[in-house]
Design a protein around this ligand. Structure first.
Ligand SMILES: [Zn+2]
Ligand SMILES: [Zn+2]
Length: 306
């Protein structure tokens, strides 16, 4: 066997993205000394309550590189050790505000340990050791941040759900034609789904609050503009937009993006993506930014396990 074919057999030199998951449990508190107690409570809600509260964080580290002669981008033991030494050993069972000097809010350069700020600081600490391409940090299965190494730019996603009925059928077609086009989804009396909605916003991490936008304001927008009007409805009959437009997963995702884009701009972030999951078997994703910025690496779409 020639050396070239031996290399090819092991993929040597070819590029691959690998991910590694790590978990840690930490507490934190959102409290700024320059704010009054009332201001802290108004800005950070229950997150301002002393002495703080905790989360089971899940970190997905995404790395890229060429394969070595052993068929690996990196030796996974080294990856594991770097993550343990630089991140989890330092944060697990710790109070984040005290764990790292970056979160010392008594210093003017300190910022609150929000999910997005924590993802960015983890990046700065892991980057000297690992060829990072992206980090995802789950605070819990319904809130996570993505950081791709672009200065203060970060993505924040909130996951919510609603239950609704719909029927896929075009008015101008016969029942037979609709069933040919949309299958069982065209049955006359409709059917329902427990929809999962992921709303991803992009913004600049505030140097002091650590936030890309006011999280409770974002959650209120999603609740008021999507969940409240859509939950326990028949989309075709109760949402005027779907009287004319067939409520496929794609169209629902687009309509959600249209409803949220301006209000999210008004709270200081940009709507990046809507992902609408209709069932475990199908989902639609709509990228809302123009011009569209780079889509988050698909390798990050690892589902949380808890
Ligand atoms: Zn928290
Ligand atoms: Zn359906």
């Amino acid at each position: 066997m020639t050396e070239t074919s031996f290399k090819e057999q092991h993929g040597q030199g070819r590029t691959c993205v690998i991910t590694r998951r790590a978990c840690f449990s930490s507490s934190h508190r959102y409290w700024l000394p320059e704010f009054s107690a009332d201001n802290n409570a108004a800005c950070f809600g229950a997150c301002a309550i002393a002495p703080g509260h905790g989360h089971n964080y899940e970190l997905i580290v995404s790395m890229a590189g060429g394969l070595d002669s052993d068929g690996m981008v990196l030796n996974l033991s080294n990856v594991k050790n770097s993550i343990r030494n630089e991140v989890t050993d330092q944060l697990d069972y710790r109070f984040l505000n005290d764990a790292w000097p970056e979160f010392d809010i008594n210093k003017s350069a300190g910022c609150l340990p929000t999910t997005e700020a924590l993802a960015r600081i983890i990046w700065t600490r892991l980057m000297p050791h690992l060829p990072l391409v992206a980090l995802r940090l789950y605070e819990h299965p319904r809130l996570w941040a993505d950081y791709l190494g672009n200065a203060m730019d970060a993505y924040l996603t909130v996951r919510t759900h609603f239950a609704a009925a719909h029927r896929l059928a075009k008015e101008e077609l016969s029942q037979k034609e609709n069933e040919k086009l949309y299958g069982k989804c065209a049955r006359p009396n409709g059917h329902g789904h427990n929809y999962l909605v992921d709303v991803t916003v992009r913004g600049s991490i505030d140097k002091r609050t650590g936030m890309v936008c006011d999280l409770s304001a974002l959650q209120c927008l999603v609740d008021d503009l999507i969940v409240e009007p859509f939950d326990h409805t028949n989309l075709n009959k109760d949402i005027p937009y779907f009287a004319q437009c067939v409520p496929t997963a794609e169209n629902i995702a687009l309509h959600i993006a249209d409803r949220l884009k301006k209000p999210i701009k008004a709270i200081g972030a940009s709507l990046h993506k809507i992902r609408l999951q209709e069932s475990p078997n199908n989902a639609a994703e709509v990228y809302a930014e123009t011009p569209q910025v780079d889509a988050i690496s698909a390798t990050l779409e690892t589902m949380p396990t808890n």
